[in-house]
Design a protein. Sequence first.
Length: 456
Amino acid sequence: ELWKLGPGALPATCSISTTTDQAPAILSPDVYVNASPSSQTLSSHLLPPPPEKRRAISDVRRTFSLFVTFDLLFVSLLWIIELNTKTGIQKNLEQEIIHYNFKTSFFDIFVLAFFRFSGLLLGYAVLRLRHWWVIAVTTLVSSAFLIVKVILSELLSKGAFGYLLPIVSFVLAWLETWFLDFKVLPQEAEEERWYLAAQAAVARGPLLFSGALSEGQFYSPPESFAGSDNESEDEVVGKKSFSAQEREYIRQGKEATAVVDQILAQEENWKFEKNNEYGDTVYTIEIPFHGKTFILKTFLPCPAELVYQEVILQPERMVLWNKTVTACQILQRVEDNTLISYDVSAGAAGGVVSPRDFVNVRRIERRRDRYLSSGIATSHCAKPPTHKYVRGENGPGGFIVLKPASNPRVCTFIWILNTDLKGRLPRYLIHQSLAATMFEFAFHLRQRIGELGARA
């Protein structure tokens, strides 16, 4: 017997470590079986997790503050080098400061750098202003002063430093303006929209959608048993006529499946992230060459075959109940277990994230203990990148439906997600929103299961 499922436990190969103090309690299959119909009804209080607290100062603003500090230090260094002549620094300081002369002294250029430093750090590091007026003042004053000084002074007669200090000060002032106006303020405004959209999503919770499901035939791949004595799939592929591109698709599908199997086998290394009141839990794991991967794990009060048909076998019809997807199309069926799909995701976070499209190779397997659909990003001549959508890329991931041998009326559903949405999106905000997206998917899936159960 490969699987043993008791109260509060998962299948043996995917059990949760009982030593993890922060891991949430997971509802057992017996809870689902013995629960009354009213207790199985989804509550409107199923909400995505609240967004994490924002940082006191953003990364890009901190970088800007470092650049402003560099401005002061660099101008100071050049001035000290200019002072360190044969007559000595002390005597030159007296000449530059005590006997200040507008036409011959560099001291005012140092004071100008200190003026920019103090004004910009006060406005954008201490007060954390989100307007350009402070840097407009510092840049205007710096530019006007330097232009007047170059015209009226006698600095050019002092050699290289007479040219260097005014030019460096002028360039640094305008680089600070460019950095703030084109990097700091736009990126922070985008992060603010993300944060407010996440708060709004928490406040309103997932929306309820209904959609009629038309009856139709669906394609089911042949069952594949790991470790069977039958001829290997490589031998089968070798006997059939596949093009080089089709063989590449098959290879990509198998590699994605291998990575998914490795992720499932390393459950003790999954890092708990968030959970909700229904036992839906999101974990993360770092995958070499692919980065941070998100894992949704939940129990469902229905047979595994039902989830297999709704999620894995019929991806084109998922748009009827999963409103986070606006389109799904099968571009090519390469062989019994491999196909190419084209998916379009809906906009998210109140429109901050525009719709993305994806082209994936999918490999579907039916095993004795589970149903598995794994995939990874690929390319296909039928759907090249267009200007209409930003083309996202999925790393290895997919859907797994575990079949407990002890109770066929329930199942364990796992969604492994590794995605790169591309575009200029803050990565840490994307990671925050992915957990909420996975919880919302579980909500819609439960609702779909409830609709199908009511029709039965």
